[in-house]
Design a protein around this ligand. Structure first.
Ligand SMILES: Cc1cc2nc3c(=O)[nH]c(=O)nc-3n(C[C@H](O)[C@H](O)[C@H](O)COP(=O)(O)OP(=O)(O)OC[C@H]3O[C@@H](n4cnc5c(N)ncnc54)[C@H](O)[C@@H]3O)c2cc1C
Length: 430
């Protein structure tokens, strides 16, 4: 049920593995009849295993993996169990693309419900921006369609509520995008001691790069076994031609600290598959992981040096921090949705280790590091936040207005509390 090798000690009374939306209706009605609370699982990738709650019924929709694409209208109908790699591959065959998660193994169900921070965000936005409608089974056991016109409040909530969603999504209608003709990836790797000057430069260059360039920074350990701590900066450009890509990356290539880099690479064209391979290599099946996130209104020049000190102390070499300047809001803006962009910089930190005997020291390292940089933060991302770190993590994953509104929409669609609410920290619910 859970991808992370750290398995929660919670377990449901019954797991219902459904084949179609009619099974979901039957399951929800059965749960109601027995007074059971309902939780949902698509791909099991939530780091904290949020689909596993204590007692009640878990509805496992991992067999709802069908999809179809209408290339003419740029629309795809997709089941919640479809994985990013599968969708990206199928769409590429039609010259189309979707902002799937950076790792190919992430299923769309929980990813889109959380918002979805995926590829090419400056042009495509968070993935939930490209959701045009959803089919859900409600707490009342009815199948309803939701979009901007019909059941718009539930549609609003389903794009951002993440593990607190109070309905089962059985199908997404996605607006898909034209596949960029060329993807070029350019990167510098520096010693971690260079983090201050590198972070200042990243803030500066982010302000001038075109929206089609996705910038990301990793604080971690160099590949190749040297054990050296490094800061790598990668610019991935999604362009119409190689010439456009190289032109878009000019400001990046002109890095004033290029001479201090340990490594410099320019690769392209690369496919979506290669992009996802690079991300998938960071987390391996069987890894024990803990994750947490932070939005900040401060520049990376402030946030990253503080995080670098934490990475120096990480008990396990594969632990890492990902960071990026918040991408520009795409043309046309973001629709009104529960998903909240809460800062101008974004950080996701991961403790990664292999042995259960090291659980406490690694999970403790991450918790301590995020607590120490907490004062720099303005919020969290519900899709990867440490749900067990305290009640405020969940509330602070939403803009205050969105949090209030989510409560009101929940009260309307799930008045009897059939769906498990958000954990309040430590997983006590109420
Ligand atoms: C290796 C890895 C890489 C990741 N990379 C990214 C990334 O690049 N960008 C990003 O944004 N996130 C990323 N994530 C986080 C991921 O998006 C979330 O954990 C998301 O919940 C995963 O979707 P899932 O269907 O596997 O979730 P699950 O673990 O199956 O479910 C999590 C929660 O989502 C809700 N849910 C799931 N499916 C449904 C449904 N059909 N209907 C209603 N509610 C549902 C449930 O409340 C459930 O508790 C990554 C996670 C991992 C482990």
């Amino acid at each position: 049920m859970v991808w992370n090798a750290v398995k929660p000690e919670r377990s449901p009374e019954v797991i219902v593995r459904v084949e179609d939306e009619r099974d979901v209706v039957t399951a929800v009605r059965l749960a109601r009849a027995y007074g059971m609370r309902v939780a949902v699982r698509s791909g099991g990738h939530n780091w904290a295993g949020s689909s596993l709650r204590e007692g009640g019924m878990l509805i496992d929709v991992s067999r709802l993996g069908g999809w179809s694409v209408d290339a003419g209208s740029s629309v795809a109908l997709v089941g919640p169990a479809v994985r990013g790699r599968g969708l990206a591959g199928a769409l590429a065959g039609c010259g189309l693309a979707f902002p799937v998660g950076h790792c190919g193994s992430v299923a769309l169900g929980g990813y889109l419900a959380s918002g979805g921070l995926g590829w090419n965000p400056g042009v495509w936005g968070p993935a939930c921006r490209s959701v045009a409608g959803i089919e859900v089974v409600t707490a009342g056991g009815e199948v309803v369609w939701c979009d901007e016109r019909d059941n718009a409040d539930l549609f609003w909530a389903a794009r951002g509520a993440g593990p607190g969603l109070f309905a089962v999504v059985t199908r997404f209608r996605l607006g898909v995008h034209r596949l960029p003709a060329v993807i070029v990836r350019s990167a510098f790797v520096f010693a971690l001691e260079e983090v201050e000057r590198v972070a200042s430069w990243v803030d500066e260059v982010a302000a001038v790069l075109p929206a089609r360039v996705e910038l990301s920074v990793v604080l971690g350990t160099a590949q190749g076994g040297s054990g050296r701590k490094v800061v790598s900066v990668t610019a991935t450009c999604f362009a119409g031609s190689r010439q456009e890509a190289l032109g878009s990356l000019e400001a990046f290539a002109a890095c004033p600290w290029a001479g201090r880099a340990l490594e410099r690479t320019v690769e392209g064209p690369v496919g979506f598959g290669a992009l996802m391979d690079a991300s998938d290599a960071l987390w391996r099946r069987g890894d024990r992981c803990a994750a947490d996130t932070l939005w900040s209104m401060r520049e990376l020049a402030v946030v990253l040096p503080a995080l670098a000190r934490e990475v120096e102390r990480a008990p396990w070499g594969r632990s890492l921090v990902l960071a990026s300047p918040a991408p520009p809001v795409p043309g046309g803006g973001l629709p009104d949705m529960a998903f909240s962009m809460l800062g101008s910089s974004y950080v996701a930190a991961y403790a990664i280790w292999e042995d259960a005997a090291d659980d406490e020291v690694n999970a403790g390292w991450l918790r301590g590091a995020m607590d120490r940089i907490g004062p720099l933060g303005s919020g969290h991302y519900i899709g990867e936040v440490d749900l067990q770190a305290g009640a405020s993590r969940v509330r602070r994953s939403f803009a205050p207005g969105a949090w209030e509104r989510l409560g009101a929409v929940r009260a309307r669609w799930d008045p009897d509390g059939v769906f498990e609410p958000f954990p309040r920290g430590g997983w006590e619910v109420g």
